[in-house]
Design a protein around this ligand. Structure first.
Ligand code: GTP
Ligand code: MG
Length: 194
């Protein structure tokens, strides 16, 4: 599959995650600054389909992007951004948890974007637990792999895989596009209609 068309469809602040056309959707979760928006941009080959920022906390809505007229990628706000007020952080986490547990519009899969350099954080582990409890399909994307030397990258990847033995872990760099073909294939497979 080649991603030939990518367009912004809607931004969700409340709890209306359904789309009229009923196309499947795939959710991108992760810590603020892990690179969710950058990964989506690199996948679709556009620099600025999704706004990214050196200042974490850029994405406040869940943004739906229609891909090839056949499915949606959804960029969720990042969790755990320390400079946000506790109230706002809680609000984001609560919305994500609600979506994972109760939303009628269930994602076909959740891609958990992490910074390969940082590895899984406490919040990521909580997220994995609640995703597993609700039987969601999960893929971990170890982004920013370009920041690590080869040996260090391998070490980090096997550490992450050891912590999450049942979840596929993909190496990725939104900067160099490393892993783009693998991630695209995974998305294609998981977003199939049935
Ligand atoms: N070196 C490197 N930098 C990256 C990569 N991916 C993202 N970044 C940088 O990391 C920062 C955060 O990226 P975003 O895509 O905005 O992160 P986000 O997860 O969407 O953040 P929120 O919207 O706050 O949740 C930006 O400065 C990006 O340029 C990568 O693969 N390699
Ligand atoms: Mg973002």
């Amino acid at each position: 599959m080649k991603i030939s068309k990518a367009e912004f469809a809607k931004g969700v602040i409340g709890d209306d995650y359904g789309m009229k056309d009923n196309l499947p959707h795939i959710a991108f979760f992760g810590r603020s600054n892990a690179g969710k928006s950058s990964v989506i941009n690199s996948l679709v080959g556009k620099k600025d389909l999704v706004k990214t920022s050196k200042m974490p906390g850029k994405t406040r809505e869940a943004n739906f992007f229609r891909i090839n007229d056949s499915f949606y990628l959804v960029d969720f706000p990042g969790y755990g951004y320390a400079k946000r007020s506790i109230l706002e952080r809680n609000k984001i986490i609560k919305r994500i948890f609600w979506y994972v547990e109760f939303s009628k519009a269930r994602p076909k899969a959740v891609f958990l974007i992490i910074d390969a350099n940082v590895g899984l954080t406490a919040l990521d582990r909580d997220m994995i637990k609640i995703l597993e409890a609700n039987k969601h399909q999960i893929v971990i994307v170890a982004n920013k792999i370009d920041k690590l030397a080869k040996g260090a990258a391998e070490k980090q990847l096997s550490l992450i895989q050891k912590e999450a033995p049942d979840i596929p872990v993909l190496r990725y760099s939104a900067k160099t596009n490393e892993g783009k073909d693998e991630l695209t294939q995974k998305i294609k497979f998981l977003s199939r209609p049935f």
